[in-house]
Design a protein around this ligand. Structure first.
Ligand SMILES: C[S@@+](CC[C@H](N)C(=O)[O-])C[C@H]1O[C@@H](n2cnc3c(N)ncnc32)[C@H](O)[C@@H]1O
Length: 147
């Protein structure tokens, strides 16, 4: 994210009269948040972009209060995808290049310390110009888990 994005968010909150929100610029691998202070983390299509999902989920675990929870929407893969295809520009622009195998992804959340890891919803992801070889191999999932 950029300072400009945070500036716009602050401006929008002011215009909307929202007083119970705060915006912090940070990386998911190094959240600018104190240990054990957060009730809920929501995220949409961000964690799949980090090359190290172990660190991202460990950070999420660190900042949550005991009993805190996550609800994450993300892209994961289902079946083999060639390295060639994964490295293509199309894969990067579709946010697929960093996507992890579904079970490995769920195991990463468990390894970070979370319990009750559960997929709430899953559907195949498709884009109008998506490479045909990716069809039926990318899943959009919503996962919840508890600290
Ligand atoms: C596909 S967009 C999703 C944005 C938003 N969550 C939404 O639903 O519209 C991905 C966002 O993740 C941010 N991002 C990518 N890698 C990140 C990282 N390591 N730490 C924090 N944000 C990151 C990008 O700046 C971008 O805003």
């Amino acid at each position: 994210m950029t300072h400009e994005m945070v500036k716009t968010a602050i401006q929008n909150a002011e215009e909307g009269g929202y007083q119970n929100v705060q915006f912090k610029l940070g990386e998911i691998e190094d959240l600018p948040i104190e240990d054990g202070t957060i009730d809920v983390i929501i995220s949409n299509c961000v964690i799949n972009l980090t090359p190290d999902k172990n660190i991202a989920y460990s950070e999420a675990f660190r900042v949550l209060k005991p009993g805190g929870r996550i609800l994450v929407s993300d892209l994961v893969t289902h079946g083999e995808i060639s390295e060639d295809l994964r490295r293509s520009f199309q894969a990067w622009s579709d946010c697929i290049a960093g996507a992890m195998e579904k079970q490995e992804y769920l195991d990463t959340i468990t390894k970070a310390g979370f319990k009750d890891v559960e997929i709430m919803e899953a559907h195949y992801f498709t884009e109008p110009n998506m490479d045909i070889r990716l069809e039926g191999k990318i899943l959009s999932i919503q996962v919840k888990a508890i600290k």
